[in-house]
Design a protein around this ligand. Structure first.
Ligand SMILES: [Zn+2]
Length: 396
């Protein structure tokens, strides 16, 4: 698949593992890749120069959050998200669907004290989703067209189609209706994208990825792939409320849909990448792009990644002395530890020589510098892991 401004080239495969190159108007992304999440136009605790130092190829922006703050009028007056945050590399935006449902639900829990999953503040209709802002309670509606329009105003390189991120807890009957809606919305997004010549309001090319929903139902996931593949999206994504968090479920779904996905398009596993092992598994299942808020959040909460990619019987395997590959920097055992978080790590924190003992001290005293130092390590760790997987695939 090729076009002047967006292309994906599959360079090499080994089993289901893939190494490729994705070209966007703001530069090249080498896959497999981990993408840091910059929720409101900022990767928490870092500035754009720090993010560049993690050697991130591409970051995420959240449509829901940016739409509420700073709002699209400010965004457009500031020239779009790249200019606004001084980030000249690729940006991917989600559709807002996931946040509308999850944050809307959270409000419902808070206001009526119930633990009901679907609250009164979110109304899903055939046309879209009506929700209340989690900031001030104001009422808004997202439709497929509105979601793409907001993403055009953000000016991302890759947009996502508007969808309902189906919770795994929903019964088959609900999932059937939900998927029908998501598939109709995918078509509506596609048509709106074509209508605007696949361009942002700033004139740059934007690619659009379709999202495969269907919960944990094999028949629905298969139906979803068929529909998404029938439209000529630039890439294909795996979505769902628990994708990346229920890993057994995620793996099962990946096994069903992988053989049905086009080889020549990038494949994005949304929300996957909480632990290093997840990235290794996702790559082994044939996916190219990953994102997750967890590495940065875990860093802020004192969990730092340690471990390495080893080759065992010709297979890449993640190994660590710590459960889930994470050490708890607050533990008393590190009080006088003069070692680095990880020997040989090339993140800015480890390169500068900051010891476990010092980081523990910053964490315990809640020093602001801790958040930056910890986040730099965890993000670089995940990006380096995808680089190592890529090298392994290319060298085979
Ligand atoms: Zn490090």
């Amino acid at each position: 698949m090729a076009n002047k401004e967006f292309s994906f080239k599959l360079l090499k495969t080994k089993g289901k593992m893939r190494a490729g190159t994705m070209t966007t108007p703001h530069g090249v992304v080498q896959t497999p890749i981990f993408m840091p999440v910059g929720t409101v136009g900022s990767v928490k605790a870092l500035d754009s120069a720090d993010v560049k130092n993690t050697q991130a190829h591409i970051i995420l922006g959240n449509t829901y959050h940016l739409y509420l703050r700073p709002g699209m009028q400010t965004m457009q007056e500031m020239g779009g998200l790249h200019a606004f945050m001084q980030w000249d590399k690729p940006i991917l935006t989600d559709s807002g669907g996931f946040q509308v449902l999850s944050l809307g639900d959270a409000i419902a829990h808070k206001q009526d004290g119930s633990s009901q999953k679907s609250g009164p503040s979110v109304k899903i209709s055939d046309d879209g989703v009506e929700f209340r802002s989690h900031l001030d309670g104001s009422k808004h509606t997202f439709t497929p067209e509105k979601s793409i329009q907001i993403q055009r105003e953000i000016g991302s390189d890759i947009m996502m189609a508007f969808d309902e991120a189906l919770p795994d807890s929903k019964p088959h009957e609900y999932a059937v209706d939900s998927l029908a809606k998501t598939n109709r919305w995918a078509t509506a997004c596609y048509e709106y994208w074509e209508k605007h010549d696949r361009r942002s309001v700033y004139g740059t090319y934007q690619s659009l990825f379709g999202i495969i929903q269907g919960g944990l139902f094999e028949d629905l996931r298969r139906e979803a792939v068929e529909h998404i593949v029938s439209l000529d999206f630039d890439g294909v994504a795996l979505g769902g409320e628990t994708v990346g968090y229920d890993l057994d479920g995620t793996r099962r779904v990946m096994e069903w849909i992988e053989p049905l996905m086009p080889k020549e398009k990038p494949r994005y596993a949304m929300g996957m990448g909480m632990n290093p092992i997840d990235l290794v598994d996702g790559v082994k299942m044939g996916f190219d792009m990953f994102d997750c808020v967890a590495p940065a959040r875990l860093a802020r909460n004192g969990s730092l990644y340690v471990g390495s990619l080893e080759i065992e019987n010709g297979e890449p395997v993640f190994q660590s002395e710590f459960k889930n590959g994470r050490m708890s920097i607050g533990a008393a055992a590190y009080t006088t530890d003069s070692g680095l978080i990880q020997e040989g790590c090339d993140c800015e924190t480890c390169k500068a020589g900051y010891t476990r003992g010092y980081l523990r001290h910053l964490y315990k005293t809640k020093e602001l510098s801790y958040f930056r130092l910890a986040t730099q390590h965890n993000l670089r760790f995940m990006i380096r892991l995808t680089e190592q997987l890529r090298s392994y695939i290319l060298e085979q």
